[in-house]
Design a binder for this molecule. Structure first.
Ligand code: NAP
Length: 438
């Protein structure tokens, strides 16, 4: 769908929103942040004809930069909105997680509902925010924080509410997916592909959160919460990014007719929920193989639904604004809390098969593999492929990263159930091979 913006209409709608006849029935919004996402949000609402919401004011940080025209009053102190008793909802789209946390908590305490796009803020403060939600009886929604325009959090809360989910898998970071697409489809090198992503606005000028996997790590925690009602400890979610990828790793994947994708997996085990985020080898029979560029995808597996996938734009001004508006819609209907309230599982319940590359010789003394399947060494390229306990991999991560090793999951992993392990083959999407390892 192409959205055509007619500035005249936008201003007319905004004027009607601000000064219109139905003003007394409208809910008032205070918008904090008027960058990529905030501007998209204003444009989106300005396109709506009969709107129950009015943006009463916008707060930003700097008073010395030129901004797109808006008739909505701009403030340089967010307190003007947070302390304003006539404002019902704070929509927060700023790039500073700690400031966002202060704004969100003060707004909730002041009796306002809060909608945020800030995944880092929600993932690092989820426990306190949930407690505050209960205490204040206000709502905090964060659909825009996970997978941009794909309404996965609301679907988990409503449509999939009672579904016994057996696994979630995704491509949740548009920047890394764009870079990996260019590397594999167009043979660009990592730096060139990243520069192109920055030029097109898919990647930040400081892209470390994306390329180290941290962005997908925060999102995995939020997805696990909505899918399973579990507040996972971030330190127990293994994550590794694509910033250590070497041309040898790309050659390794190509030689096996595979591509690499950064994939978070959220896996229920008999003891609780375990999640991890790793670059994965993906073969052509896997539908993730062709999820390209800035697109995101979420795959759900459940006892009743079987396997389903949602694909859409994971970032950008208007797709992210659409998610903020989705949260506004949900505020009108006031969804209930999660049905599920599962507990966190021990990552040691998962044995995961990984390819680990180093510039020096690797052995089972340095990497505590349970089983080694394959290995190679020449002067400067050494790798081992084998199963490793996920908890041991978490402990090893600082050492691996400091040495700039590559870690790529092959897609195979085993889950320790009490009597037997379920062996997952991701390309087949099912837990077919029952294999004991406990
Ligand atoms: N961009 C995307 O596609 C996307 C997608 C999903 C989620 N998100 C999330 O959405 C949030 C905003 O991202 P963005 O891309 O819109 O960022 P952005 O373009 O850099 O804009 C950030 C805005 O926040 C304002 N700001 C920063 N600190 C502030 C403070 N302490 N008080 C008041 N205003 C403050 C800035 O003010 P000035 O204008 O004065 O500098 C700016 O208007 C981030 O949490 C991001 O992770 C973004």
């Amino acid at each position: 769908v192409q959205i055509i913006f007619n500035e005249k209409n936008i201003r007319k709608n905004q004027a009607e929103q601000t000064f219109g006849y139905s003003k007394k029935h409208m809910k008032k919004i205070g918008l904090i942040g008027y960058g990529c996402v905030g501007q998209g949000f204003v444009r989106y609402l300005a396109q709506q004809a009969a709107l129950e919401f009015e943006i009463a004011g916008i707060a930003v940080k700097r008073n010395d930069i030129k901004r797109p025209f808006t008739i909505i009053p701009i403030h340089y102190n967010a307190d003007r909105l947070i302390e304003d008793p006539s404002i019902d909802i704070i929509v927060e789209a700023i790039d500073d997680a700690e400031a966002a946390f202060l704004y969100a908590t003060r707004a909730l305490r002041n009796g306002k509902d809060v909608i945020t796009a800030n995944k880092k803020m929600v993932a690092t403060h989820l426990t306190e925010l949930l407690e505050l939600q209960n205490e204040t009886q206000r709502k905090l929604y964060f659909e825009a924080a996970v997978a941009g325009s794909i309404p996965i959090l609301h679907l988990l809360q409503s449509y999939y509410r009672r579904e016994p989910l057996t696994r979630l898998r995704g491509i949740l970071n548009g920047t890394t997916n764009y870079v990996l697409t260019k590397i594999f489809n167009e043979k660009l090198d990592y730096r060139k592909a990243l520069r192109q992503a920055q030029k097109l606005g898919f990647a930040e000028s400081e892209p470390s959160s994306d390329v180290t996997g941290a962005d997908a790590w925060y999102k995995s925690k939020l997805l696990a919460y909505r899918a399973f009602g579990v507040d996972l400890d971030l330190a127990e979610i293994m994550y590794y990014g694509i910033d250590t990828l070497h041309e040898d790793d790309i050659r390794y994947a190509r030689s096996r007719q595979k591509r690499i994708k950064l994939i978070p997996i959220i896996q229920p085990t008999s003891e609780g929920i375990v999640a991890w985020v790793l670059p994965h080898l993906v073969d052509p029979s896997d539908s993730f193989f062709t999820i390209d560029n800035e697109f995101n995808c979420i795959e759900l597996e459940g006892g009743f639904i079987g396997r389903q996938q949602l694909i859409g734009k994971g970032a950008g001004s208007l797709p992210t604004a659409a998610a903020l508006v989705g949260d506004l819609n949900a505020l009108e209907t006031r969804n209930k809390q999660n049905v599920h309230s599962q507990k966190a599982g021990d990552p040691a319940q998962i044995q995961i098969e990984v390819y680990i590359r180093d510039h020096e010789i690797l052995s089972q003394n340095t990497i505590p593999f349970e089983e080694v399947k394959e290995g190679y060494m020449d002067d400067s390229y050494h790798y081992l492929v084998g199963f490793i306990d996920l908890k041991k991999l978490i402990a090893l991560k600082p050492w691996l990263y400091q040495r700039r090793c590559t870690v790529i999951a092959t897609g195979q992993y085993k889950i320790n159930t009490k009597s037997a392990a379920t062996h997952h083959q991701e390309t087949a999407y099912c837990a077919t091979n029952q294999k004991a390892w406990a």
